[in-house]
Ligand binder design. Sequence first.
Ligand code: CAO
Length: 417
Amino acid sequence: MNYDILLPDLGEGIESAEVSEILISVGDKIEKDETMLVLESDKASMEIPSDVSGVVKEIAIKKGDELTVGQLLVKVELEEKVSTQKQKTENQKQEVIVESRTPSEIKKEKRKPTKDSVFASPGVRRLSRELEINLKNITPTGQKGRITKEDLHLYIKSRINKTTQPEIKTPKKKIDFSIWGPIEEKPLTKIQKITGERLQAAWSEIPQVTQFNTADITDLNSFRKKLKEENTENKTKITFLPFLIKAVSIVLEKHPHFNSSLDHNEKTLILKNYCHIGVAVDTEQGLVVPVIKDANKKSLIDLSNELERISNKARNKKLSTNEIKGATFTVSSLGGIGGSFFTPIVNPPEVAILGVSKSTWKQVYDENWKEFKPRFVLPFSVSYDHRVIDGAEGARFVNALSSVLENINNFKENRDN
Ligand code: CAO
């Protein structure tokens, strides 16, 4: 015998509601009071239970339908009939065994959530809808795979902690600056947009510390000038940067944490036995960071040539993907421009970055001569991921870098002077 389940009075003056979920399929065995549908009205979200126990014969509505009170929802073949039929044949006896499981066992099996179905109370559904949260992303802990209020709250808390998640990002209000004066609009370049997103993520996800120091590069400056003169014919442009890259690669060998990355789940440190240095290059389109591979194995002249080659390629948008990947540490030099000290942002998955500023002549007190002497002083900063590097290690790193830069023997490659 078939039984028609009609939409009951929804109360609270609700006259119609939309079908947001259908939790049953034709052929399902359902129990009295088991939820069949979830409806949404402008006032509430409601679960509609079955009036009877039996087998679903027909579902007269579909997702998205607007239903009114008294409308036919589902036709159910009542349970008594199912039981009588079970007595009939040998085959059907088999069925009796199968179906002699308790109703709650059958229900348990049927109501296991599939990939597409989500079980949650109307309150949970309403809040998730208001916050635009997809319930399928939440791990249920309730009975029969139901998402509880606590599951939803836990999920919201975890998203709040990850401040970059778009689901809870508050959209910014557009400001009309033209009401205070004339303006121009200039869309960001693709590079600027990508760099901006990466910097934003690095800034919010990495606890960074910046350590400042100076190096007396008076001797290095004289040595560089000499090397520059020697190489005027072959047109190699020898700036301070190749020296800095060389110095960094020496120091990284002794401070391997600065040449590492945290693994994807942030539980293991990956120390790299290679030294690929990223170099920040200022281009018209924005900041680009090409990589000098195996910088520790290259001479000052090789580094100078490679630096010129990759910075030209960066400015002409000619870099290949391979040339901007795989860096283990980055050097950002503003020394050719000016300023004293800045705080560079770590470029993940690297854990540290060197920021170099412009060297200037300064009066420095000499302990041995007991007098002030003019010295060429280079200011620099190292920002590092504090989850990987301790403050003491950071201070040792900058001290080591100054020592290497202050001793030109580190840069004399097979030379007598
Ligand atoms: N102190 C004093 N003078 C310096 C110096 C320093 N720290 N660094 C460079 N100079 C000098 C150079 O020696 C050169 O002078 P000479 O011609 O007399 O040798 C002059 O300044 C110009 O150098 P440069 O900038 O052309 O070359 P570079 O090798 O120092 O830098 C490059 C190359 C590609 C890194 C640079 O052009 C650049 O793009 N810098 C900007 C990087 C940037 O934007 N970083 C910020 C990113 S935010 O973290």
